[in-house]
Design a protein around this ligand. Structure first.
Ligand code: FAD
Ligand code: FES
Ligand code: FES
Length: 493
């Protein structure tokens, strides 16, 4: 049973574990304003807003793709759909602006666009900030429109005024805290543990039951491969998996343990503060809807060769903290360097029943640099063809601790050992980088697929190393030449 608010009205629904929010809305509740386009998180036609109370008790809304969001994750939350926005004759400012700017033609994408604008408007109400082109792109990058064209939609976003709209009180109403968790009863098929101990107990009893976090990978199994799930274990409410904690490892390295179920949206401020290059990558990872729900743990466990974060974490020396159902201490909890995690295509070193409790992100060291470049066919909401993540230090004019990691170049995200060896301890000269580019041929034999041919991938990986050489050269150059670096970056992004 799922207890939640739908546009302010309490609802109680039954659903199988693999029912999506979209199915629940359209098929069970007859709310057909939310549309199904792609059923895979790509088009945004199904965008809804999900609200939950933050630590300060205020309800905050995030946009989500209803087609790939498990209905059971609505438990104890407030769901807003396009049907809930107009108050009598008064349209929501997002709707009014879309009408005034002629931002809809066939209208199929419109409910989703309105809901993305609704969450942007809510954000503006809570933390007003200039609507920069970057913010608009981030807010709308997950919504496709085939016929209107984006200029009027953008105009609508920019002209959402102060509401003459009577804001309904239910938007600020949190669901009763006691309803935050479904009973983790033995027979419930969508299990929502609240603590690591409950999660581990569930894994002990049902190690075969798939884990779901944001569902942004797993749910495609339901919508694209028509797979049915009889039992699912939701990790998004496990306290230990949803925190970010400062930590010092046994080897003295400082950093953060990021809970396996921390979303990209929550991770972003930490990365903005400490790793701008990594934060920039997040802006290119999926869409706002995907970043609001997708997690670092899911990206790693999914073990896709084109997952965006593993190469960065490989370059930074990330680690995993795993928790398992075994009784022996070393089976219950263990740590692994990320480099030991990916074994083969979509195959990891995780044992049956193990979960990613947290991911270690080292604190940036003085003098150590990070660059991350993602190549994809489209800037917004597109999967990488090739991704390069490079970390290094320059010490007395030579390169030290060089770590070059790539996605899209092999069956797993992987470091380029031969290319690293060609650079380690060398000055960043043309000749050294030429040797590193040649060495890439020993590191990788990429494949051809829809995202890029083997030749394209090999050539672009080598070109990324050349870009790295130019960036390092600029860093060494006198200050007046550094403006050129800024330009180089502007073009690179
Ligand atoms: C439209 C769209 C665009 C996307 N764009 C990108 C992109 O640009 N770059 C990119 O890298 N990815 C992209 N993805 C993929 C996806 O968003 C990411 O991989 C995301 O990080 C997955 O996290 P999740 O929480 O949604 O995982 P889920 O789908 O919930 O789970 C994925 C897998 O990980 C397992 N799992 C989840 N959490 C844990 C845990 N704590 N311990 C053990 N196993 C676990 C699940 O059982 C499942 O097998 C995109 C997806 C969509 C739908
Ligand atoms: S239907 Fe396309 S994103 Fe959900
Ligand atoms: S108005 Fe037709 S797809 Fe956007």
């Amino acid at each position: 049973m799922i207890d939640f608010l739908l546009n302010g009205q309490p609802r109680r629904c039954e659903a199988t574990p693999d029912t999506s929010v979209l199915e629940l809305l359209r098929e069970t509740l007859g709310q057909t304003g939310t549309k199904e386009g792609c059923a895979s998180g790509d088009c945004g036609a199904c965008t809804v807003a999900i609200g939950e109370a933050g630590p300060d008790g205020r309800v905050r809304y995030h946009s989500a793709n209803a087609c790939i969001t498990p209905a059971h994750q609505l438990q104890g939350r407030s769901l807003v759909t396009v049907e809930g926005l107009a108050q009598g004759e008064a349209l929501h400012p997002a709707q009014a602006a879309m009408v005034a700017c002629h931002a809809s033609q066939c209208g199929f994408c419109t409910p989703g666009i309105v809901m993305s604008l609704f969450t942007l408007h809510e954000e503006q109400q809570q933390r007003p900030a200039p609507l920069t082109p970057e913010r608009l792109e981030a807010a709308l990058g997950g919504n496709l429109c085939r016929c209107t064209g984006y200029r009027p939609i953008r105009d609508a976003a920019l002209s959402m005024g102060e509401p003459p709209w009577p804001r309904p009180g239910w938007l600020d109403r949190a669901v009763d805290a006691s309803a935050q968790h479904q009973e983790p009863g033995a027979d419930s098929a969508f299990v929502q543990p609240a603590t690591l101990a409950e999660l581990v107990e569930e894994r002990r009893r049902h190690p075969e039951a798939p884990i779901v976090a944001g569902g942004t990978d797993l749910w495609l199994e339901v919508t694209q491969r028509l797979r049915r799930f009889e039992r699912l274990v939701d990790v998004t409410r496990v306290a230990e998996l949803t925190t970010i904690e400062e930590a010092t490892l046994d080897d003295g390295r400082e950093g953060w343990w990021i809970g396996g179920a921390v979303t990209y949206a929550r991770l972003e401020p930490l990365l903005e503060a400490h790793y701008p290059a990594f934060a920039h990558l997040l802006h290119r990872l999926g869409s706002a809807q995907v970043r609001n729900r997708g997690t670092l743990g899911g990206n790693i466990a999914n073990a896709s060769p084109i997952g965006d974060t593993p190469p960065v974490l490989l370059a930074l020396g990330g680690r995993l903290w795993l928790a398992g159902p075994g009784d022996a201490a070393e089976e219950a909890e263990r740590e692994l360097p990320l480099g030991d995690v990916f074994l083969d295509y979509k195959k990891t070193a995780l044992r049956e029943g193990e979960v990613i409790r947290a991911i270690f992100l080292p604190r940036p060291e003085p003098g150590r640099h990070l660059k991350v470049w993602k190549l994809s066919k489209r800037r917004e909401d597109d999967i990488s063809a090739v991704l390069g993540a490079f970390a290094w230090r320059l010490e007395d004019g030579v390169l030290r601790d060089v770590r070059l990691a790539f996605g899209g170049m092999a069956a797993i995200p992987k470091r380029a050992a031969a290319a690293e060896a060609a650079l380690e301890g060398q000055p960043p000269t043309v000749a050294c980088f030429q040797a590193a580019r040649a060495a890439l041929q020993n590191d990788f034999q990429p494949m051809s697929d829809v995202r890029g041919s083997a030749h394209y991938r090999a050539l672009s990986a080598a070109n990324l190393l050349e870009r790295l050489r130019l960036v390092i050269g600029q860093q060494q150059a006198p200050t007046q030449d550094r403006d050129r670096e800024v330009m180089l970056h502007a073009y690179a992004h």
